[in-house]
Design a protein around this ligand. Sequence first.
Ligand SMILES: [Zn+2]
Ligand SMILES: [Zn+2]
Length: 138
Amino acid sequence: MSDVLLTGSCLCGAVRYELTDAPYWAHACHCSRCRKITGSPFAANAFVPLESLRYVAGKAHLNSYRIPKADRFTHTFCKLCGSTLPSPNPSKSRVVIPMGSLDDDPGLLLKAHIWVDSKADWDAIVDDLPQHTEALDF
Ligand SMILES: [Zn+2]
Ligand SMILES: [Zn+2]
C-alpha cells in the first residue's frame, strides 16, 4: 500500500502529491465548468481510488471552490499558481486527477468524451473515441 506509483505537482512546485494506484479510467470532459477552470476545450481527467491520493507537500497552499448548489463539482487548486489539482470525491470513493498535473505517464489514454452536448462551438473532436452527450456513470 505504501508503494508510490505516480507523482504530480502544480506549476510552481509548492504542492506535490503521490498516487499509490494507477488510474483505472480517464475521459475528456467538455462541460462548461471544466472549460472555465481549465481555459481549454475540455478537462482531461483520470480517476483513482479515494485512498490512493496523498498530498506530500504544500497542503496549506490548497484551496478549493465549490459551485453553490452544484451536487458535486469542486475545483481544487494551488493558491500560489492557480494550477488545478486532484479533488477527492468521497461520495464516489474516488479522486479526480487532472491529467496535466501528473509528472509521470499514467499508463492509460483518454477513453471517452463526456458532456459532448455542452462542448464549445470552437471545440472540434477529431478522434474516434466514444462520445457521450452528458455525464457517464461509472
Ligand atoms: Zn503552485
Ligand atoms: Zn466537466
